[in-house]
Design a binder for this molecule. Structure first.
Ligand code: ASP
Length: 368
């Protein structure tokens, strides 16, 4: 009897150990399933943070994708623009952000989003790019654009073109289908035609608003008493996609009454546009000569790479200190490899918008 009790006791200890083991296995399996489910919800980064409040500050978590656009810096300050015109700008920027969202949320690349957004702004007469570009001193439109891929550091640009409907698409074709980085004037137009891009008559780019601006500035400059040059309206976009790749693009008609053949910063890689997966993507707008001399877009990337500055600190140093101290007006948009953004400008206004995975489109014109 004593012996039997001894064996029953041993059996129950064994059974207890088996059930404890089974419980632990179930527990670990449950944790593993939870982990797999969580990473499935956010395949690109394994992290998700949709609070728009961290848009302007460095964050430790990376959103799946981020898009920032601009429609130029300058123009009158708050209250200086008719309300209906202001609404046209904010509506268009909103529409452009939604189109970019469509691309990025469906797994499109940052290059696709940048090109899509810029094409829409080029097609709108509201902006100084594509339809709606400003006039040269000869009363013509000469357009510049560039695009850069942060993953490969490949870039493409066109400058001084007057028959390519969407210069940003021509810039991308130069990057992807030619062995060069920049094509100008007739050479760029011949290449665009060969690539099957849409070619238009130079008169396509005419708008009465820009012509009136040109006549006013032209007369003033002829008399040697030019007032502030209305040069706002350049467009640009920067994006981070779900694959962690950055891209930047910029498109412009340049500056009203510019000399024939003048090229601004927008098609100059490193000045008006720059993208590098190791740092950031930048698109600038403002007085181009200063942006070229200061190599603005690359300077921000270099400050991040060599000095360890955050995107926001680097961008503000360049726009608020360097450019301002030289009397250069303008601004820029940027996104870094972690999805942090920056939108500094030293003018009274900059048309701009942001959107990120899980967040809402935010459009602004004046300082916050
Ligand atoms: N940066 C452009 C240029 O100088 C103009 C602008 O952004 O308003 O051509």
């Amino acid at each position: 009897m004593k012996r039997t009790i001894f064996f029953i006791g041993n059996d129950s200890r064994f059974a207890f150990r088996v059930s404890l083991f089974a419980f632990r296995v179930t527990q670990i399996t449950f944790y593993l399933i939870c982990l797999v489910l969580l990473s499935f919800l956010n395949p690109a980064s394994g992290q998700n943070n949709d609070s728009s409040s961290i848009l302007h500050s460095p964050s430790s978590t990376r959103p799946t994708w981020v898009l920032v656009i601009h429609g130029g810096a300058g123009g009158p300050g708050k209250g200086g623009m008719p309300a209906d015109l202001e609404k046209q700008y904010t509506d268009k920027l909103q529409e452009v952000l939604e189109a970019g969202k469509e691309v990025l949320s469906k797994g499109g690349t940052s290059l696709d989003a940048v090109e899509t957004c810029i094409r829409m702004m080029e097609d709108s007469p509201l902006f100084n790019a594509g339809k709606g570009a400003v006039f040269t001193e000869e009363g013509k439109n000469e357009l510049d654009a560039s695009i850069m891929d942060g993953k490969t550091l490949k870039a493409g640009a066109v400058a001084g073109v007057s028959t390519i409907k969407n210069p940003i698409t021509a810039a991308r074709a130069v990057m992807e289908k030619s062995k060069h980085v920049m094509l100008i004037d007739g050479g760029a137009e011949k290449f665009a035609k060969e690539q099957g891009l849409e070619i238009v008559k130079p008169s396509y780019f005419y708008t009465k608003k820009r012509w009136d601006e040109y006549e006013k500035v032209h007369q003033q400059e002829m008399k040697g008493k030019a007032e502030e040059n209305p040069k706002h309206g350049t467009v640009g976009a920067v994006a981070l996609d779900a694959y962690g790749n950055l891209a930047a693009g910029t498109s412009t008609g340049g500056m009203t009454n510019k000399m024939k053949g003048r090229i601004g910063d927008s098609p100059i890689i490193g000045a008006g546009t720059y993208a590098n997966n190791a740092t950031c993507a930048i698109s600038a707008t403002g007085h181009g000569e200063f942006f070229i001399r200061n190599v603005v877009a690359y300077d921000i990337s270099a400050l991040m790479e060599y000095k360890g500055l955050s995107l926001d600190a680097a961008a503000h140093l360049v726009v608020d200190q360097k450019l301002k101290s030289q009397g250069a007006d303008g601004g820029l948009i940027g996104v870094d490899k972690n999805g942090n953004i920056t939108l500094p400008f030293n003018t009274k206004a900059m048309f701009r918008g942001t959107i990120r995975s899980g967040g809402k489109a935010i459009v602004n014109i004046y300082p916050d």
